[in-house]
Design a protein around this ligand. Structure first.
Ligand code: UD1
Length: 427
């Protein structure tokens, strides 16, 4: 059943909210478990549909998967012999499925992974993934919509330099190299906390990885890895979402379990905008209560720069800030779909290539809008909170992929948001 959120405008979100493990780490760590025979346990796993899809993909490879969403645990029982194919049906539903590529080539010597179709946030290549695996000795080609990588005689260490610090390519090359013969260095890698999380889990499994979190990772290959227990790194994008929720609604939110250090660029932007940000014993707190929030420019960049996944929230916040701002998207070309929906709510914003000029207005005006991906959906819900009247946000299934029970968390902070059937008559 299609659902939508009914958002009643006029809330200042106040209170505390908890963040759990990162979607973009949990899914990759599930793939990392393929590297060791035996029982690996992940904790602090978010309760989202994407984990269920990844679980299904791993089951089809022969892995026993026990996902307890309420407890936040995934237990993976990896047998000696596993399959090597990730079907299009699952990869198209979950792009993160391509993270099985590295572990499968390393463990099985072969991976057939469907090439994901275009998704709603711009086109993304796999060329860096493929080049990295080739450097490690795999033969890689694309056939019938599948990227096929084979290394019947195993992988060997190599010196690799990425043209761009791609998160996904860094992950696949790293997870392939841990069982390769000899030493691998990977330069210009992504430095995201999720990469550090993977490296930490690999370390617990017995891998020799150094430099994660810097732009050069060095791996000394080992013969085999052991299963482990690992807690997923807190979700910095969910935490950042709540930081922007506080700023946008002129509220005051303590983000329990959030790591301010992972959000230096966005929290710095909010401070410059006039918000108060402080770390607390349990996480951090953002307050804009009774304050004027001034417009702030944002340019997305690889970590530790401003995350592209928080760009829609910068748009929403600036839509009701004092003054004008320029938002620049440097990672994904088509990631400005939020703008046309914000315009429906009365925002004054113009797209020019990979920039948006946005001029703050005192209040938005409630209307039906459509979410096109996880982040734009959540950003539109926040926009509805600072709109006069009701805003109906369709495409709730997108939001559910990133935010477990988003409306309940919003209600606990004082918002009036309800989930209802989406009975739009013309679809
Ligand atoms: C991950 C995140 C996504 C986030 C993005 C950037 C997951 C599941 N998704 O995506 O939410 O927005 O990081 O922080 O973790 N590129 C190439 N060739 C390649 C690989 C990438 O050209 O082989 C380009 C892409 O087209 C894109 C840019 O690199 O323009 C960034 O992509 P990448 O860092 O790989 O992002 P993802 O890992 O796909």
């Amino acid at each position: 059943m299609r659902e939508r959120f009914r958002v009643v405008g006029g809330a200042n979100l106040v209170g505390e909210v908890a963040v759990v493990g990162a979607k973009n780490s949990a899914l990759k760590l599930m793939a990392v478990a393929l590297l060791a025979v035996g029982r690996t346990t992940l904790t602090n796993v978010p309760a989202i549909a994407d984990v269920t899809i990844m679980a299904e993909l791993l089951r089809r490879l022969g892995v026993g998967v026990d996902y307890d969403a309420a407890a936040g645990t995934v237990i993976l029982d990896v047998p000696e012999r596993i399959g090597h194919r990730a079907d299009y049906e699952l990869v198209r539903a979950l792009r993160a499925s391509i993270s099985v590529l590295g572990p499968l080539v390393a463990r099985v010597g072969e991976a057939d992974v469907a090439v994901p179709g275009g998704d709603a946030i711009g086109s993304r290549g796999l060329d860096l993934h493929a080049a990295g695996l080739e450097a490690l000795g795999a033969e890689v080609h694309v056939t019938h919509g599948y990227l096929v990588a084979t290394a019947p005689n195993g992988l060997h260490g190599a010196e690799i330099r990425l043209d761009f610090p791609s998160v996904g390519a860094t992950e696949n090359i790293l997870t392939a190299s841990v069982l390769a013969r000899g030493t691998t260095t990977i330069d210009n890698v992504a430095k995201e906390p999720e990469i550090v999380d993977i490296a930490e889990m690999l370390g617990s499994m017995g891998a020799k990885v150094e430099g994660a979190g810097t732009s050069r990772i060095t791996v000394s290959g080992v013969d085999s890895l052991s299963p482990c227990e690992h807690s997923v790194v807190p979700d910095r994008i969910a935490a950042g979402t709540w930081a922007f929720a506080a700023a946008t609604t002129r509220g005051d939110i303590e983000i329990v379990g959030g790591v301010a250090d992972h959000l230096r660029a966005p929290l710095g932007a909010l401070e410059r905008a006039g918000c108060h940000v402080e770390t607390t014993d349990r996480g951090f707190r953002v307050s804009a209560k009774g304050r004027t929030v001034r417009a702030f420019d944002v340019a997305t960049l690889p970590y530790p720069g401003f995350p592209t996944d928080l760009q829609p929230f910068a748009l929403t916040c600036n839509a009701v800030a004092e003054g004008s701002a320029m938002i620049t998207e440097n990672l994904f070309e088509a990631r400005f779909r939020t703008v046309q929906e914000l315009a429906r709510l009365g925002a004054d914003a113009q797209v020019d290539g990979h920039h948006v000029m946005i001029h703050g207005v005192p209040i938005l005006s409630g209307a039906p809008v459509e979410s096109s991906d996880i982040r734009s959906g959540a950003a539109l819900v926040l926009a509805g909170l600072v709109a006069e009247g009701d805003t109906l946000v369709s495409g709730v299934h997108h939001i559910d992929r990133g935010y477990p029970r988003f409306e309940e968390a919003l209600r606990s902070l004082g918002a009036d948001v309800t989930r209802e059937p989406d009975d739009a008559p013309f679809e």
